[in-house]
Design a protein around this ligand. Structure first.
Ligand SMILES: NC(=O)c1ccc[n+]([C@@H]2O[C@H](COP(=O)([O-])OP(=O)(O)OC[C@H]3O[C@@H](n4cnc5c(N)ncnc54)[C@H](O)[C@@H]3O)[C@@H](O)[C@H]2O)c1
Ligand SMILES: O=C[C@H](O)CS(=O)(=O)O
Length: 476
């Protein structure tokens, strides 16, 4: 697979004619090459998006919706091809990759429908000769910067509402997973997206491309998904031209299991929340709080399930956990495990690298304390650190004691406690007896240093719209 940049409806080489290799994290093999775009290519892409904006914005909602519906159909028809490329470059098991493609297509379907419901308002005037109204209009050219862990869904979660609203877009995908982005562009072109409406600038140097996307005054909106560290940098750079901004950043999810919870259900849901994508999702559980009354039983049940997990190449059949994305990621995971053990945690299962490549054993630690790095930093790997608690108020304080505020989980059969605790948790997403809350029709996003804005659901399209208030006088 060898791809170029998509600019103004054409696949073109980078101006510097450079390209870079894409490798399979399961074995290090080269699986393709893509253009190594730079600042000059980003400028050309913005030129194209700027030219295309008035024409795309002038299309009817139905015309935009029809194209999005077609793209969704094509994604679902090509799920096997898309999922295989996604697993090859990102590493997740094929079943998870297919799940991601379905999830990504759901955003396209949802916003194909929402495109036709961008309603305005008529406001009762306080003067008889006036008429007050509000229009919702597309923001304009959007820059999208996306991460490697969900290379399809993190693009369509932005592209679909932006196109539905009438915006045009320049996308810079993660350098680790550009091929899925290229495949998606082929689909949107085939679905009928006109030249220049969506542009793709791949590159090994995100800073050079980002610098242009974040400073060009023609870009009126930046939507970023990635680490909190880079998100802060993006926010600073976007401030100089006062761009609208959406940030979907890091998380550090607490998973609270009360004494009345069903142990097997909580263990199954924790397995899903913790080990999906080898623990490389922004809403993966990162801290586990089990009530002291059930802690021993829970750890025994959970550890047995973890030991059943199969680790290997995501393309090789029945695998539950694929490789981590790169050496740095694996080193961080191992650092968290070794730090915890050095500070008194007990290793229940796992705890080491497997073989010569980027595989790490699914790991459970108990007797974890707040002083350990794993309780403070986003691990982004297959490690489940467990500590106990006694009182509801205590565990809520612990759960909220973090700069992050993306997702949290609680398990109880007590309805009053479910609402009391869910309302007290300082997180944008709360799973109550549910370890997998994400859905295209729901608003996804965080509080505090986990982000600004929401993606998905009704809220997700507002990020790409400007409200215009029109006051008409002299109507006698
Ligand atoms: N909240 C969410 O919805 C969500 C979803 C997925 C991932 N994430 C978070 O993303 C992180 C993992 O993804 P990642 O490793 O790709 O994050 P990252 O911040 O390293 O990179 C994200 C994107 O930013 C680009 N980038 C990096 N430095 C840049 C710069 N100086 N200027 C412009 N762009 C730059 C990268 O090339 C990539 O496209 C985790 O923290 C995870 O929690 C959050
Ligand atoms: O990692 C970030 C994704 O947003 C996770 S999810 O697939 O949306 O739950």
């Amino acid at each position: 697979m060898n791809y170029l940049l998509l600019i103004d409806g054409e696949w073109v080489p980078a101006i510097n004619k450079k390209s870079f290799k894409v490798t399979n994290p399961a074995n290090g093999e080269v699986i393709g090459t893509v253009a190594d775009g730079s600042a000059d290519d980003a400028i050309k892409a913005i030129d194209a998006a700027d030219r295309a904006f008035p024409v795309w914005a002038a299309k009817t909602a139905k015309e935009r919706a029809n194209i999005l519906h077609k793209a969704c159909v094509l994604m679902r028809e090509r799920i096997d091809e898309l999922a295989r490329v996604l697993t090859l470059e990102q590493g997740k098991p094929l079943t998870e990759a297919k799940g991601e493609i379905m999830y990504a297509a759901d955003f396209v379907e949802w916003y194909a429908e929402e495109a036709k419901r961008i309603y305005g308002e008529i406001i009762p005037a306080s003067h008889p000769a006036k008429r007050l109204m509000v229009l919702r209009q597309p923001v304009g050219v959007v820059a999208a910067i996306t991460p490697w862990n969900f290379p399809a869904a993190m693009i369509t979660r932005k592209l679909a509402p932006a196109l539905a609203a009438g915006c045009t877009m320049v996308i810079k995908p993660a350098e680790e997973t550009p091929l899925t982005a290229c495949k998606l562009m082929e689909i949107f072109i085939e679905a009928g997206v006109p030249a220049g409406v969506v542009n793709l600038v791949t590159g090994k140097d995100p800073q050079a491309i980002g610098q242009v996307l974040l400073s060009d005054p023609r870009v009126r909106k930046v939507t970023f998904t990635g680490s909190t560290e880079v998100g802060k940098l993006v926010m600073r750079q976007a401030a100089d031209t006062v761009k609208k901004i959406s940030l979907e950043l890091g998380g550090h999810a607490p998973f609270i299991i009360f004494e009345d919870a069903d142990i097997d259900t909580a263990a199954e849901q924790l397995l899903a929340s913790k080990f999906r994508n080898a623990g490389q999702t922004c809403i993966c559980t990162n801290r586990i709080y089990v009530h002291e009354q059930i802690a021993d039983d829970f750890v025994e049940v959970f550890a047995k399930k973890v030991q059943q997990l199969k680790v290997g190449d995501g393309l090789s059949g029945e695998v539950d956990i694929g490789p981590l994305i790169n050496e740095q990621a694996l080193e961080k995971v191992n650092k968290h495990v070794q730090d915890a053990i050095a500070k008194g945690a007990k290793l229940v299962t796992g705890g080491k690298r497997i073989g010569g490549h980027l595989y790490y054993e699914p790991t459970v630690l108990c007797h974890v304390t707040d002083e350990m790095l794993i309780q403070q930093e986003e691990t982004f790997g297959p490690v489940a650190p467990i500590q106990t608690f006694e009182e509801e108020k205590e565990v809520i304080q612990k759960a909220n004691h973090t700069p992050y505020g993306l997702a949290a989980y609680l398990f109880t059969k007590d309805l009053a406690r479910a609402f009391r605790v869910a309302e007290a948790l300082e997180y944008g997403i709360v799973g109550v007896n549910d370890g997998l809350p994400s859905a295209a029709q729901a608003p996804f996003g965080g509080m505090k240093e986990s982000g600004i804005g929401r993606e998905g659901g009704k809220a997700g399209i507002e990020e790409y719209l400007e409200l215009k208030y029109i006051s008409v006088g002299g109507i006698i």
